[in-house]
Design a binder for this molecule. Structure first.
Ligand SMILES: [Zn+2]
Length: 409
């Protein structure tokens, strides 16, 4: 009993020392002792162990405070490699990432169809290729595999409970990858991973509340409360894509109809634009969209964005209607959670600031007046790497207890 407790304390202290050096380094041993309230002897012992693992290194001398100059310690950014995956709807991407969240190498494999076995084979192919791409003769071990995937995910046990587009149900992906590669594996829903990434590497303030809404093929969000990912009672907190937005609306892939995804996701906008352009061609003869719709392949989402940017009436109508639906959904979230910082990420951000202004306006029209909301609704800063970085953040947090707060300059 005593031994277990002692080991737990030791593991906790080791993580505390590493996290302190990671967040605030370079630091001397005395600085670490002051910051952690551990004794100097304990800190020296832990530092000796960490030096041996290669996770930290002595990086020079600090200014003298009377005696001899203290030796400074810092985390070695590339002491470990992370394999981070983003299993998107039509592309599986994977990167080799370092401890500081710097991406060193990325591979993309297209995924078409919905064959679950093929999807799993593609994950193996991607991890095999990334491991093969590690620098030859590297002395730097792989910390583990982090994954962001769409769907409902049991983060504690690494099980994909349901991922409709990959046709995965109760798939123990964490265990399968662990057996195959003998590495620690952590996975989370892609929107929840995106929230972790924006919080840890993007605009989030330490200890803050934050909602990150990811809009691409689908819509979902991740919620950070007091600096921690909030997953709810069954891991599905933030699944706003399937809250009903319109009565008797279009059928949704979830089996119901009129969900937010059917009116405000990028896919929904494209099909909406195609329908409107075809059916209203008479009324919008000069519309850029109706011209594009003459081509059976068009308009694509890029076409729609382009038409919106040039002020095409039909495109504006389609994009701004989606902005209003989204604003309504965000107002509901803010009304329930009272969280002020909302970040939008994913392909939808291509519409730019004018479109975002309409979302903001729609939110403001639906919030309770006088409730003191100081809403900060912005686009995310991490672009298309957001899920890869989120998978990395998950791995760093779970394996090393690190909570990196920023990309260091
Ligand atoms: Zn739905």
């Amino acid at each position: 009993m005593y031994k277990a407790t002692h080991q737990q304390t030791k593991a906790y202290n080791n993580q505390l020392v590493l996290k302190t050096i990671f967040d605030s380094g370079p630091l001397s041993r005395a600085d670490v002792a002051r910051a952690t309230h551990l004794t100097r002897v304990t800190v020296s012992e832990i530092v000796a162990e960490l030096l041996e693992t290669g996770l930290i290194a002595e990086v020079g001398h600090g200014p003298s405070t009377g005696g001899k100059t203290p030796i400074l310690l810092a985390v070695v950014g590339d002491a470990r490699h992370l394999i981070s995956l983003d299993l998107g709807a039509d592309t599986f991407r994977g990167s080799i990432v370092d401890l500081r969240g710097h991406i060193h190498h990325t591979l993309s494999l297209p995924f078409q169809g919905s064959d679950g076995d093929q999807a799993l084979e593609l994950v193996y192919e991607l991890v095999d290729a990334l491991l093969a791409a590690l620098p030859a003769g590297t002395q730097r071990p792989v910390l583990g595999i982090g994954i962001g995937a769409p769907g409902l995910i049991d983060t504690d046990n690494g099980i994909i409970l349901q991922a409709v587009h990959l046709n995965w149900r109760d798939l123990p992906l964490g265990e399968l990858l662990h057996q195959r590669y003998q590495l620690p594996v952590h996975l989370a829903n892609d929107c929840q991973a995106a929230a972790l990434a924006e919080y840890l590497f993007g605009e989030g303030q330490p200890g803050a509340n934050l909602v990150v809404i990811k809009i691409g093929h689908g819509i979902g969000s991740g919620i950070i409360i007091n600096g921690q990912l909030y997953q709810g009672d069954s891991y599905s907190a933030g699944e706003i894509g399937h809250i009903q937005a319109v009565e008797a609306g279009e059928p949704c892939r979830c089996g119901r109809s009129g969900c937010l995804e059917t009116v405000a996701s990028c896919d929904a906008l494209v099909s909406h634009a195609q329908n409107v352009a075809i059916h209203l061609r008479e009324a919008y003869l000069g519309s850029m969209l109706s011209c594009l719709a003459a081509n059976p392949q068009a308009p694509t989402f890029e076409n729609l964005v382009q038409a919106f940017q040039s002020g095409d009436e039909l495109a504006c109508q389609v994009a701004l209607e989606a902005a209003r639906h989204l604003g309504t959904a965000i107002a509901r979230l803010v009304g329930v959670l009272n969280i002020h910082q909302i970040i939008l990420t994913g392909n939808i951000t291509a519409f730019g600031p004018r479109w975002l202004e309409t979302v903001r306006w729609a939110v403001s029209q639906r919030l309770m007046p006088g409730a003191g909301y100081k809403l900060r609704l912005t686009f995310g800063s991490l672009g298309e790497e957001v899920v890869i970085l989120g998978a990395s953040a998950l791995l760093l947090t779970r394996e090393l207890g690190l909570n990196p707060t920023r990309f260091p300059g």
